[in-house]
Design a protein around this ligand. Structure first.
Ligand SMILES: *[C@@H]1O[C@H](CO)[C@@H](O)[C@H](O)[C@H]1NC(C)=O
Ligand SMILES: *[C@@H]1O[C@H](CO)[C@@H](O)[C@H](O)[C@H]1NC(C)=O
Ligand SMILES: *[C@@H]1O[C@H](CO)[C@@H](O)[C@H](O)[C@H]1NC(C)=O
Ligand SMILES: *[C@@H]1O[C@H](CO)[C@@H](O)[C@H](O)[C@H]1NC(C)=O
Ligand SMILES: *[C@@H]1O[C@H](CO)[C@@H](O)[C@H](O)[C@H]1NC(C)=O
Ligand SMILES: *[C@@H]1O[C@H](CO)[C@@H](O)[C@H](O)[C@H]1NC(C)=O
Length: 639
């Protein structure tokens, strides 16, 4: 299950009002200058030369039965993969000449060590290991006694900066004093340790379920996410912790050498400012609120944690960074399309994102700019889940400078060149996946893609399935993008940062998870920062304290002085199960100013069902956003 961005629970909090909010509430105009005066941002960069090539992978066997990976297919006897190898590429090793990847070996004879899900390293410089392979398996054949308590998870492989250890899934692979890429690092010299998050006061039992782990660049801290069921639906919290090796645990499962997560901080604090808050009859949008919906990683120097956060504009899903010490929030992207995988360059000056920008997927929701994120109190899980069609992502990799989208600059598409033909570097049927990763010297980016496949094409789906042109018809591939005009930027190692995140909530094993207080139902006024106002009704569901309906009416409302919003919008969300969301949506918005836009639902409204764990869009009725005469339509059902 890959759940993304169901951030409802952490976002529902109307919490203690901080100083910042009360300042705004007593004098809404007081902060006006600070908010609307843009800092002098540097001129956006010109497009730069980028060369994209593909990295080698083990050979493919079409027949995946035992023994089908013959010497004819792989003469070195080092294994085969299938057409769907369950690939995921990860980070570079510190030498920048190797990248980590996990994939599923198949077709081996019973006695072979090249079987099942494994972690490999792949050469990026066109050379081979001494046996002639351009890749090497790190986990194949590791003795059972050296991987006790290992978890079966394999995702997000990331190398430590010593080059001797790698994080994958909820495990750490350790080659002792040997470099992972050296011939000295053999299976006999390799250990695999599980990572355990203690969630019991007495330290007993299994650890908590953790997902989406990200190594901090100081090598001693880790970021991760954990799901929570709240108000009948799923949400999640992000966490920051220290990794502590525990050679002889005294309690908890597994009772084997392991890494414990200690000094854990929940990156949510019910005492902090909420993205939307109320005071008296006023409602406020607080862009400076920290809203770690899903932790996505750390900045290059490790000062910031990156996350998918509460929208800054309605229906527009972005990534943000927050300083681990000061709590200062930075919006990394603002394009109306959807983004979530992000990697910031080692020198913090660039980011690479996987984004639906260019596909038009999300524009029916978000192309009208400057609409405050109010209906988003209930609709975010749905708007975020439109981004995929099941396994098909609409992501491509984009390069952005530190200051992000501005004016006519919305980054540079990394794989823009290539002719667009079947299987080319820019074939839109090859969808970007998570995560893209920077090289340590800042001159290359590695990313991986998956070709659209059934049922996201073929069968009842009107999109015909493309035929893979990769060796053996493989549908996964790893690409390397070289920024050929750049020179190496050497970086000092990142010194260990503090265990303490002052704005977070120290996690005490066994304690109740913090529960965001729901906003009180009622009618409120939202004052535009530049002009006008909106009246907002928050209505709780029958027998519930959670808001299920949000209705907003705008009158000459403008926060940015560029877009003035008029009209009304009303959204009601219900949950058929914790993951099956339904919305009844009525919009009739007009925006004037920079553009003339409308956001309008069909008579009778727009009704959408999405299982946020499956991402299959089905709707009755339409929601259409039109900007300067160009209409952006929702996807067809099931596509
Ligand atoms: C690996 O491939 C085998 C077929 O050889 C398949 O049974 C298994 O489910 C695959 N595992 C994963 C995690 O993809
Ligand atoms: C961090 O965790 C260790 C081990 O549990 C503990 O001894 C130490 O006091 C903790 N430090 C802080 C700042 O909480
Ligand atoms: C927006 O609504 C206000 C109040 O109803 C009206 O006076 C104004 O003309 C409208 N603006 C536009 C551009 O339609
Ligand atoms: C949308 O709002 C406009 C302006 O208030 C109104 O003329 C129009 O009838 C509305 N359309 C619908 C479908 O309600
Ligand atoms: C809105 O208008 C600006 C300025 O005229 C233009 O650059 C931009 O492309 C327009 N936006 C859309 C989505 O058409
Ligand atoms: C669309 O309408 C059909 C027929 O009334 C109904 O069965 C289905 O649940 C509706 N779907 C949504 C998303 O509202």
């Amino acid at each position: 299950m890959r759940l993304k961005a169901n951030t409802r629970a952490p976002f529902l909090g109307a919490t203690a009002l901080t100083l910042a909010t009360s300042a705004l509430s007593t004098n809404p105009g007081a902060n006006l200058q600070a908010i609307i005066t843009l800092p002098d941002l540097p001129t956006p960069p010109q497009p730069e030369p980028i060369e994209v090539t593909e990295l080698p992978l083990p050979p493919v066997t079409l027949d995946e039965r035992e023994g089908s990976c013959t010497a004819e297919i792989n003469s070195r006897g080092t294994g085969c993969i299938g057409q769907r190898p369950n690939l995921q590429s990860g980070s570079f090793l510190p030498d920048d000449k190797h990248v980590l990847a996990s994939l599923n070996f198949t077709g081996a004879s019973v006695s072979s060590i090249y079987y099942g899900p494994q972690l490999i390293i792949v050469k990026t410089d066109g050379t081979t290991f001494s046996n002639g392979d351009p890749w090497k398996c790190l986990t194949c054949g590791v003795p059972e006694g050296q991987q006790l308590g290992r978890s079966p998870t394999m995702d997000y492989p990331q190398a430590f900066s010593d080059g001797k250890r790698a994080l994958f899934g909820t495990n750490i692979l350790d080659c002792g004093p040997w470099q992972l890429a050296s011939e000295d690092c053999t299976a006999e010299r390799t250990h695999i340790y599980p990572i355990r998050w203690n969630v019991q006061a007495d330290g007993s039992g299994e650890g908590g379920n953790i997902r989406e782990l990200r190594r901090h660049p100081d090598d001693v801290h880790l970021g991760f996410n954990a799901m929570v069921i709240s108000g009948g639906t799923i949400g999640q919290f992000g966490y920051f912790a220290r990794l502590q090796f525990n050679p002889v645990p005294a309690s908890g499962i597994p009772l084997t050498p392991r890494y414990d997560l200690v000094n854990v901080t929940t990156l949510f604090n019910p005492g902090s400012l909420s993205p939307v808050s109320v005071k008296g009859s006023n409602i406020f949008v607080n862009p400076q609120a920290i809203t770690v919906g899903e932790l996505r990683g750390f900045s290059g120097r490790g000062n910031e944690v990156t996350y998918l956060g509460y929208p800054a504009e309605s229906c527009n899903i972005d990534v943000f960074g927050v300083d681990l010490t000061t709590g200062a929030v930075r919006r990394l992207t603002s394009n109306p399309e959807y983004v979530d995988p992000v990697d910031i360059s080692p020198d913090d000056q660039w980011s690479v994102v996987m984004d639906t920008r260019g596909s038009g997927r999300q524009l029916f929701l978000a192309a009208m700019r400057g609409v405050p994120p109010i209906v988003d109190l209930v609709i975010t899980a749905i708007t975020a889940s439109v981004r995929n069609n099941g396994q098909r992502r609409f992501f491509q990799p984009w390069l952005l400078d530190r200051h992000g989208d501005r004016g006519s600059y919305s980054g540079q598409k990394i794989n823009a060149a290539g002719g667009g033909s079947l299987g080319s570097v820019n074939d839109p049927q090859w969808n970007g996946m998570a995560d893209p990763k920077w090289s340590h010297d800042g001159t290359a980016i590695v990313y991986w893609q998956q070709m659209t496949h059934f049922p996201a094409c073929g069968g009842a789906n009107p999109l015909p399935c493309p035929k893979s042109t990769e060796p053996g018809g493989r549908i996964d591939r790893i690409m390397i993008a070289r920024l050929t005009s750049r020179t190496t930027v050497p970086q000092k190692p990142v010194a260990p940062i503090s265990d303490t995140v002052p704005w977070g909530l120290p996690y005490i094993p066994g304690s109740e998870l913090p529960s965001p207080k729901p906003l009180p139902p009622g009618s409120y006024t939202l004052i535009g920062k530049v002009s006008g106002f909106a009246t907002v009704s928050l209505i709780a569901g029958a027998g519930s304290t959670f808001i299920s309906t949000v209705a907003v009416t705008y009158q000459d409302f403008s926060d940015d002085g560029e877009n003035t919003i008029n009209g009304s919008e009303e959204v009601t969300v219900s949950y058929k199960s914790p993951t099956l969301n339904h919305a009844d949506w009525f919009s009739n918005l007009t925006s004037t100013g920079a553009n003339f836009s409308t956001k309008i639902t069909s008579p009778g409204g727009f009704h959408v069902d999405i299982n946020i764990a499956k991402n299959i869009f089905t709707a009755n009725g339409t929601l259409t956003t039109t900007v300067d005469g160009v209409a952006y339509l929702q996807p067809d059902n099931y596509t």
